[in-house]
Design a protein around this ligand. Structure first.
Ligand code: ADP
Ligand code: NA
Length: 329
């Protein structure tokens, strides 16, 4: 039985990934390599839907790819590449744009959220059609499954609708991908505003980036907003801050939350933060070092990514040839 094919992408926008990205998504990328044929891409084309700096984007794309490798994405087992190196995504996207309805694209809540700053009128057309490019990212590989968090569900529904519409009109062409709820994914909260999810878009004091200096990491954790009381116990409603710190500790140390509650019994928040800073540092230090090594040998990194893109294009090229033929090109 062939392994299910999985596609997942991540934006290079911040350069460094954060603990939320890792514990909510990238850790599952690494694990999935055992049970799926994985296609993983750094989606640099999605990173230009809002304002961007070209040199920064190029740099962040390489830093992102290096981090994925450092975290355990294995180019021997998975196809790791950069979206813009595979022109077939955009080639397919145009056909899907012509099948997508303006009305259905207008219902995408992420566009409504992200267009608020510029206003609908001032936003780029790319921000509006970005879910269609995302559909192409997935369909061009005939992916069976897509690991998605809650925030991407609506986009995956659009992808499924577009695949079904194309197949109905032109004959069976695309695999209709299923959502895969990541096993063991955790939602990590911002350290300063533990009612919000940790995000690169919030002030950096609440967001632990994997490439932060360890002293910065320790300081962010030390300054994390905790709650009234002093007992280290998980209570998502009454103690969201402490619960979040315990969740991060548990995810990285592999010790269960009840076990940690017992470990911290009779001790305070300060002890939890001190130990958590050590646990996080122990995890990120080899990741940072390996990322730097990979970046220091840029030619080798670029060679790895070129090989990934070549492999991706074998699959994507076949899909585009078939789809183009069917639509009359
Ligand atoms: P950000 O919110 O920092 O902009 P992205 O939206 O680029 O991050 O998310 C990239 C991936 O990381 C997605 O799969 C998303 O679900 C996951 N992710 C982001 N933030 C968190 C978080 N705080 N907790 C769990 N998963 C997260
Ligand atoms: Na985001």
């Amino acid at each position: 039985v062939p392994l299910p094919r999985v596609l997942s992408g991540i934006q290079p926008t911040a350069g460094s990934f954060h603990l939320g990205n890792y514990l909510g998504a990238l850790r599952q990328w690494v694990a999935l390599q055992d049970t799926a044929e994985a296609f993983y891409c750094v989606v640099d084309q999605h990173a230009i839907t809002m304002d961007w700096d070209p040199d920064e984007l190029r740099r962040n794309t390489l830093v992102s790819a290096a981090q994925l490798l450092a975290l355990g994405v294995d180019p021997q087992r998975s196809t790791l590449f950069v979206q813009s190196h595979v022109p077939e995504h955009v080639q397919l996207s145009w056909v899907l744009e012509c099948l997508a309805r303006f009305g259905e694209a207008s219902r995408m809540t992420q566009f409504k959220d992200k267009s608020q700053r510029e206003g609908t009128g001032g936003s780029s057309v790319g921000l509006f059609t970005y879910p269609v490019l995302q559909a192409a990212d997935i369909l061009v590989y005939q992916a069976d499954e897509v690991p998605v968090g809650e925030d991407q569900r609506q986009h995956l529904e659009l992808t499924r609708d577009l695949a079904t519409r194309f197949n109905g009109r032109f004959g069976d062409t695309f695999t209709v991908p299923a959502a895969r709820i990541p096993q063991g994914a955790a939602k990590i909260l911002d350290l300063q505003s533990p009612e919000k999810k940790m995000s690169k878009s919030l002030p950096p004091a609440g967001c632990v980036f994997l490439l932060d200096d360890p002293r910065v990491t320790a300081k962010k954790i030390r300054s994390a907003v905790t709650d009234t009381g002093r007992e280290v116990v998980a209570d998502p409603v009454g103690k969201p801050g402490v619960t979040n710190l315990l969740a991060v500790h548990s995810a990285l140390s592999g010790r269960s939350v009840p076990e940690l509650e017992e470990h911290f019994a009779g001790r305070g928040y300060g002890d939890l933060k001190k130990e958590l800073a050590e646990v996080v540092t122990e995890f990120v230090t080899p990741v940072r070092e390996r990322t730097q090594e990979l970046l220091d040998d840029r030619a080798e990194l670029e060679r790895l990514l070129a090989a990934g893109a070549a492999r991706a294009r074998e699959v994507a090229g076949q899909t585009v040839r078939t789809a183009y033929e069917k639509v009359g090109f």
